[in-house]
Design a protein around this ligand. Structure first.
Ligand code: NAD
Length: 321
């Protein structure tokens, strides 16, 4: 099988490419990535070296129809997995338009090209943030049937993309699947996101800046468990369906900061508090029973050991960040 991975030079995409090529020796991957600030070819240096015949990188923009059309004509992938995205909420507050251009119009361009080339599967990567947020004390979880209530420009652009992907299934019978995942952590995450940011700041004895609402919680999943979930969906997922992917493990911003300080043996005086981001969601929690029940997926990495491995990766890969 040949996979076209978009955004494969980013955090989750590079972990997925590595995961797939290690496990499927007959498969090949074309990685289409624009290399924005978040894309980094160093994330895949080992992949380039280990799989020179099965891995091919192309720099380009998912928003450019003629370019993507030509790419598909040349490489003829069986499957597209769309990771390409502007993905950082705080940047979306400063430049919302870019998020809609990339996340919405970029996805629409890919859908049109996938249709034109009769791609066997278009899998789209989405985020729990499309559902909106939950009160801190709510017993509720988001199922796949929950209405979309995005609260930030990033979330709204991801929600719009999900609607588009489903519309292409209903209207054009494009064989799509969607996964909606909770917060990921792991190696190769750009150090603007919470765990790598707090880890690298603490390593350098710099202030760990925490939003004042430190009790806001997130559900955390190892990026490798996310890769396993996408694998299951590609293999056994039902066309047209959406699958929530989460661990059920929630940690507050303060919990995470304390765990990182303990792992690095640093003082709690590094914690400093800054005003909250506008629209900062309090909490998300996914009901992931559908993927567990129907596809037999469940997370394999517990949060404490996964976080320790991740912190160790940033300690051992200072040159990378
Ligand atoms: P990332 O920001 O690390 O990587 C995004 C990649 O997309 C980068 O390599 C970038 O160069 C590339 N890209 C951006 N614009 C492009 C364009 N126009 N054309 C081609 N490539 C382009 O993001 P990530 O954390 O790896 O997230 C990947 C996907 O997973 C996103 O859709 C995100 O919404 C979703 N997601 C992320 C998380 C998380 O915790 N990181 C959780 C759930 C869902």
């Amino acid at each position: 099988m040949k996979l076209l991975i978009t955004g494969g030079a980013g955090f989750i995409g590079c972990n997925f490419i590595r995961y797939w090529l290690q496990r499927y020796p007959k498969d090949s991957v074309v990685n289409l990535d624009l290399l924005t600030y978040a894309g980094n070819l160093a994330n895949l240096a080992d992949v380039e070296q280990n799989y020179p015949d099965r891995y091919h990188f192309v720099r380009g923009d998912i928003r450019e129809y003629p370019f993507v059309d030509d790419l598909l004509a040349r490489h003829r992938p069986d499957v597209i997995v769309n990771f390409a995205s502007e993905s950082h909420n705080s940047r979306a507050v400063l430049n919302p338009r870019l998020f809609f251009e990339t996340n919405v119009m970029g996805t629409q361009t890919l859908l049109d090209v996938a249709r034109e080339h009769q791609i066997a599967r278009f899998h789209h990567i989405s985020t729990c943030e499309v559902y909106g947020d939950l009160p801190l004390d709510s017993p509720e979880k988001f199922t796949e049937e929950h209405p979309y209530r995005p609260r930030t420009p990033y979330n709204a652009s991801k929600a719009a993309a999900d609607h588009l992907v489903r519309a292409y299934f209903e209207t054009f019978h494009l064989p799509i699947t969607i996964s909606i995942c909770s917060n990921n952590y792991g190696a190769y995450q750009y150090p603007e996101k919470l765990i790598p940011l707090l880890t690298t700041n603490a390593m350098d004895d710099k202030p760990m800046t925490l939003y004042r609402n430190i009790h806001n919680r997130r559900e955390w999943l190892s990026v490798l468990d996310h890769c396993r979930a996408i694998e299951r969906i590609l293999q056994k997922g039902k066309i047209g369906e959406t699958y929530n992917v989460g661990s059920g493990v929630e940690k507050s911003i303060e919990d995470i900061a304390d765990m990182i300080l303990a792992a690095l043996n640093k003082p709690s005086t590094l914690k400093t508090y800054v005003p909250d981001r506008p629209g900062h969601d309090r909490r998300y929690l996914l009901d992931s029973s559908k993927i567990r029940r129907e596809l037999g997926w469940e997370p394999q990495i517990d949060f404490e050991s996964g976080l320790k491995d991740t912190i160790r990766w940033y300690v051992e890969n200072r040159m990378w960040w």
